[in-house]
Design a protein around this ligand. Structure first.
Ligand code: KG4
Ligand code: ZN
Length: 405
């Protein structure tokens, strides 16, 4: 073994990312090139545009990651890349580039499951304070007792896994998942409906603090009424086709109903026109050459809309919270970890932290930067595989529907 440096490459959705991580724990660099500006015009990720942007950005972003890490390609021990789940064309860009590098350098290639990457983001520390001083270190707080119940909650996924390392190899057991939309998808769709920016999660997160979370009592459809979905794949991009019959129904999620409930509220209360006006006003700010912010949106929201936003977020976070802690108890998890884009949400962090304290079970989140898609988590997840010499051949293909557990 040489330097312990692994180059991670991530291109499964709408961020092109490269990172260098040492021995699975020390983030030497993590560069994320967001495509938000490209997709914002369409209010969602356009697969063809994502592939084109990845092609344009992958080489400069990888170079920037190496430069920031202060190392060259020759110093690397291995190249790790996300092999799925995700958008086929987008995954292919990262995989093809990683294969070319591995072949040219004669270094091992390691395939990483994107969901496993999100779980490893929690085990990584990339503190800016430490980065500024030039020293990165393992964070003592994230030495979690195992097994951990991991909630992976993002724009494409809402999954519960029981995770544990066994003789150096991480094992994952699927405990729950969404039957339809991912939680982040619900944030994005509701934000779009209300005329807010894209992606919607951060806008709703900011605006929710000005509303009354108890104003609109959203309920969740009983999952047992959805038995007709048995065996059907969810529509989300990280679809898992494992039959739900194998899972405890108490740990299944469904977020398409609340999105419809918000739509109905907007219709019934005559808010449709103000949503459209808000969307146009934000577009006008954009057209004038300024990037609209949530502060602009706040000026454009009446109290009823702010209450609706706060109530929506409160309901989604409450549902995630109840099912996650119930699952943790049922499967005997020693800790809880929450990761993925929605784990950046402030109400979620506060309420999970408070609940964990009440129950006396440790909870951990990634840093904010590592909550959303990045490549440091891919390089970190690759380290145990590197030690176990679990390498991929150059025949590695994209697996858009790759499962975990
Ligand atoms: O992990 P991620 O970058 O990409 C996927 O794998 O999907 O997650 C992006 C998702 C989007 O749906 C976005 O709206 C949501 O995470 N998100 C948030 C917040 N920040 C990002 N949702 C709620 N609150 C936030 N602060
Ligand atoms: Zn992700």
């Amino acid at each position: 073994m040489g330097s312990g440096l692994i180059l991670g490459i991530e291109s499964s959705c709408d961020e092109t990312a490269a990172a260098v991580v040492e021995r699975g724990a020390w983030t030497r660099s993590s560069i994320v090139g967001s495509q938000i500006a490209t997709h914002a015009l369409y209010g969602g990720v356009v697969p063809e545009l994502a592939s084109r942007e990845h092609l344009r950005n992958i080489v400069p972003i990888t170079r920037a990651a190496l430069a920031e890490a202060g190392c060259s390609l020759a110093d690397l021990d291995a190249i790790a890349v996300t092999s799925g789940p995700g958008l086929a064309g987008a995954l292919l860009v990262g995989i093809t580039y990683a294969k070319a590098l591995a072949f040219a350098l004669g270094k091992p290639l390691i395939a990483v499951n994107h969901l496993e990457g999100h779980i490893h983001a929690v085990l990584l520390k990339a503190g800016n304070k430490d980065r500024a001083s030039g020293i990165t270190s393992l964070d003592a707080d994230v030495t979690l007792p195992m097994p951990a119940l991991a909630l992976v909650v993002s724009g494409g996924h809402t999954h519960l896994f029981l995770a544990r390392p066994l003789e150096g190899v991480w094992k994952y057991e699927l405990v729950g998942r969404t039957l339809d939309d991912a939680a982040g998808e619900a944030f994005d769709k509701v934000a779009k409906l209300l005329g807010l920016g894209y992606p919607g999660g951060p806008w709703i997160d900011q605006l929710a603090q000005f509303g009354n979370p108890k104003a609109v009592p959203f309920g969740f459809a009983q999952i047992k009424n959805k038995a007709h979905l048995e065996g059907k794949a969810p529509r989300t991009k990280g679809a898992l086709t494992a039959p739900i019959s194998a899972l405890d129904r108490h740990f299944l999620f469904s977020f398409s109903g609340i999105k419809t409930a918000v739509l109905r509220y907007v219709e019934v209360h005559g808010l449709r026109a103000s949503c459209e006006a808000r969307q146009q006003a934000l577009a006008a700010i954009e057209a004038s050459g300024h990037t609209p912010t949530w502060r602009d949106a706040q000026q454009l929201c009446d109290q009823q809309t702010l209450d609706l936003i706060a109530s929506f977020q409160h309901a989604v976070v409450g549902d995630l919270l109840r099912k996650t802690f119930a699952a943790a108890e049922a499967v005997g998890a020693a800790s809880v970890l929450v990761t993925g884009g929605v784990a950046a949400n402030r109400e979620l962090r506060l309420r999970f932290t408070a609940e964990a304290a009440t129950r006396g079970i440790p909870v951990a989140f990634p840093t904010l930067a590592l909550s959303t898609d990045n490549a440091a988590m891919i390089a970190a997840a690759a380290w145990p595989r590197f030690l176990a010499r679990e390498f991929s051949g150059l025949g590695l293909e994209a697996s858009p529907r790759l499962t975990l557990g």
